[in-house]
Design a protein around this ligand. Structure first.
Ligand SMILES: [Zn+2]
Ligand SMILES: [Zn+2]
Length: 757
């Protein structure tokens, strides 16, 4: 450690020095599960291996890292690590563009991104990081698939997908541009396709019921709770059973309990389990089959054009007994789920549009009759928009689905001990067809049931399915990762880290979190996660908004992208991290402009130079004392600042209290401002002492150094390089004050600390 701090703030030199020290002492390794220290698994979002860290990542990880460092500084055992989300279409397209195999492409991207994140000084435990496309990891997907299949939570069904005849491939939504294929620009067709589905419906009500507990915990922020309510799509209303003249009966739902007399038709989802009972006429059956196989035209998903099938049958109005036509229409799915509903044109604009298309008279809303006599069997009811979804894709860069097709046995699950079903690594997608289906060495296999000839499933799992388990493996020490999954879930270590104390992710993560909550409950009931009684993967959750510029989303196309590498090269990582935290509270979009960076850079430079000046002054005083000149005879007489030192101690104490509270609530924006205020107070102290005593000497200088050390400690979570460098310069050692940790950083100041009298 240099005796004399360099006068000028040189972030590049400071950050290189600290990062190499962190690396040398393996500072962020996850501590062993021992001792009574609180354990916190702080879960950052799993980045796509897109090739580059963007400023949105910097925002997200700056929040999570500040919280992780703050927690370690207080003696908590912290796990802060993630796996890359490496499968999926973006990687496939990236590989096509660069002429590599997707495996080479994602490996290169992940290692580049790790380098960028390390340069930013984020305290991830890289030893626990992984790629979802590693065979050791995607066996988790295959195991989860088999486990959920066995529990009846995965099933095969029929769905429609966009298909390009020219390219002989299915297309994702983003590959369809104005109805044309992104690659060949020919029109896209909708075709029927056998798909694998995840049955979430049985756990949706529990996801709903648990929301209140999450809210009461106080550590789910409003935005994350709102996302869960949105995905849930809960509708409160009533249901009743309608019995028709021809013996048919149907339970129907409506959110408009007070307008039952205005019901004019009944609409059934084509996915309703009993829909077939309403289709007697062969012509109607044909229409239903067409609807199921043809899917929806892209532009016919709204009420004006959505398919309506008139079954030719009726049910009586619950109030008037008048016959109401029974329709089948997919418009029910998107609004109420796979159910049956009353159409009430007087109350609902969509219902009015449908009634118009059917030629049903619509009453003047002002003349609708009031509530009639009580209706027998009417009961409160709830419906959810959240519904089962497809998890399979007809593409090659994904987890192979562990199923084989045998002529004798049909679809047969691959036995667990044969996992993982390996994806060939030398696949080279071109955008044509599904390269996996063309690999006979992959496709040809034997049936685990009868030993006969069989062919492997060539669909792969959507990367959304990987996300269902991607939050777990960081809790598994690398040395244990090759065990069978059942044993992994029994590991004491994993059980102690779960549930994650806090998820910190972007506000667009609501769907992922919702489905992770569903699957955790399923695995609780099946057994592996039985120790999570409430079936919640995250005890707390913070969602932050995006980084935008000039009020718009950043994109290469708009030319308004902020390059983190450039900013770090110019101002240093500490400045960039501090600036993204300072510029906006997590709940607000961060509208980028350079003023926050300039302000934060100036602030850190001042802290550095001011601290340096005071340390140098103290060294001069000590040197003078050592040279025998002793105490300045006049100093005692001039020291009239004891009350100011007391004030400084109170300012520090109050400041630390406020910053601590901010950090506990992940209000980094406010914490940074309070750190800046504390610095202002410290400078103010000097001014006042100088005004009284002429200069800052003796006990006042000591008090100043003590306060600056506290300032460095509070900067630790935001500007960790500068903070640790100053902390060491003030004569402290790293590590000694930290419980069971590796001395990763400055310890957090006690709210009550000593100021020399
Ligand atoms: Zn095409
Ligand atoms: Zn067989």
């Amino acid at each position: 450690m240099p005796d004399q701090l360099p006068k000028r703030y040189d972030p590049q030199a400071i950050e290189a020095r600290r990062q190499s020290a962190w690396s040398a002492r393996d500072a962020f390794r996850t501590p062993e599960p021992a001792g009574g220290a609180p354990r916190k698994y702080i879960k950052p979002s799993a980045p796509f291996t897109s090739g580059n860290i963007h400023i949105g990542h910097v925002r997200s990880y700056s929040i999570g890292d500040a919280y992780a460092r703050f927690s370690r500084a207080r003696g908590d055992a912290v796990l802060f690590s993630f796996g890359f989300d490496a499968f999926g279409l973006p990687a496939e397209l990236g590989a096509i563009a660069s002429g590599e195999s997707p495996n080479d492409w994602v490996s290169r991207c992940a290692s580049h991104m790790q380098g960028q994140l390390e340069r930013l000084g984020f305290s991830f435990d890289w030893s626990r990081s992984f790629l979802s496309s590693d065979a050791l990891m995607y066996r988790w997907s295959q195991w989860l698939f088999l486990t959920l299949l066995d529990a009846g939570l995965i099933y095969q069904g029929t769905g429609t997908v966009d298909w390009c005849e020219t390219c002989q491939t299915t297309l994702a939504t983003i590959q369809v541009e104005d109805g044309l294929c992104w690659r060949c620009h020919n029109p896209v067709q909708l075709i029927q396709q056998t798909q694998w589905y995840l049955r979430i419906s049985s756990y949706v009500p529990e996801n709903d019921a648990r929301l209140e507990e999450l809210e009461q915990s106080g550590i789910w922020d409003e935005s994350s709770l709102a996302s869960q309510r949105f995905v849930l799509g809960r509708l409160d209303g009533v249901e009743l059973d309608l019995a028709g003249p021809d013996g048919g009966a149907l339970t129907v739902f409506t959110p408009h309990a007070d307008a039952l007399g205005e019901a004019r038709f009944v609409a059934i989802s084509p996915k309703h389990p009993d829909v077939e009972r309403w289709v007697a006429d062969p012509a109607v059956l044909e229409q239903l089959e067409d609807l199921r196989s043809g899917g929806l035209e892209r532009d016919s998903r709204d009420a004006e054009a959505i398919p309506l099938i008139d079954t030719g049958r009726t049910l009586p109005s619950p109030v008037t007994g008048e016959p109401m036509p029974v329709l089948i229409s997919p418009i029910v799915d998107g609004r109420f789920g796979a159910t049956a509903v009353l159409g009430i044109p007087a109350r609902d604009r969509t219902d009015a549009l449908i009634a118009g298309r059917l030629g049903l008279g619509v009453d003047d809303p002002d003349e609708v009759a009031g509530a009639g006599p009580p209706i027998e069997g009417l009961r409160p009811a709830v419906r959810y928009r959240a519904n089962d979804f497809s998890i399979s894709r007809q593409r090659s860069w994904g987890t192979p689905i562990p199923i084989v097709y045998c002529e004798q046995c049909g679809a047969v699950p691959v036995p667990e001990e044969q996992l993982p079903v390996l994806l060939p690594l030398d696949l080279k997608p071109t955008g044509l067809g599904n390269p996996l289906a063309e690999r006979e060495d992959f496709v040809q296999t034997t049936c685990p049931g009868c030993g006969g000839v069989a062919r492997r499933e060539t669909d792969t799992l959507d990367c959304h399915f990987d996300a269902l388990w991607l939050w777990v493996p960081a809790c598994v020490p690398v040395s244990e990762r090759e065990r069978p999954l059942q044993e992994i879930f029994a590991l004491e270590d994993l059980r102690q880290w779960l549930p994650s104390e806090r998820l910190v992710a972007g506000s667009d993560s609501g769907n992922f979190v919702f489905d992770q909550r569903i699957v955790t409950k399923a695995l609780r009931d099946i057994g592996p996660l039985a120790f999570l009684a409430d079936g919640e993967p995250f005890a707390g959750c913070l969602f932050h908004e995006m980084v935008i510029r000039d009020g718009r989303k950043m994109s290469k196309h708009l030319g308004n992208v902020v390059d983190p590498d450039e900013l770090v090269a110019r101002y240093g990582a500490d400045t960039v991290r501090l600036a993204v935290l300072y510029a906006a509270s997590p709940q607000k979009s961060l509208n980028w402009n350079d003023s926050a960076v300039l302000r934060c850079h100036r602030f850190l430079g001042q802290v550095w130079e001011y601290s340096h000046a005071k340390l140098a002054q103290a060294q001069r005083e000590r040197a003078a004392a050592g040279a025998g000149r002793g105490e300045d005879a006049g100093e005692e007489a001039r020291d009239t600042s004891e009350h100011l030192r007391l004030k400084l101690s109170q300012w520090c104490e109050a400041g630390v209290g406020r910053i601590t509270q901010d950090m506990e609530g992940l209000e980094m924006h406010s914490a940074v401002r309070n750190v800046m205020r504390l610095f202002d107070r410290i400078k103010d102290f000097e001014k006042r002492v100088v005004a009284r005593d002429g200069e800052l000497l003796g006990a006042s200088l000591d008090a100043m150094l003590e306060a600056l050390a506290v300032l460095a400690q509070t900067l630790g979570p935001f500007a960790p390089h500068l903070a640790e460098e100053l902390w060491l310069a003030f004569g402290n050692d790293h590590g000694s004050a930290l419980a069971g940790d590796h001395g990763a950083q400055t310890p957090w100041p006690g709210v009550s600390f000593q100021v020399p009298a």
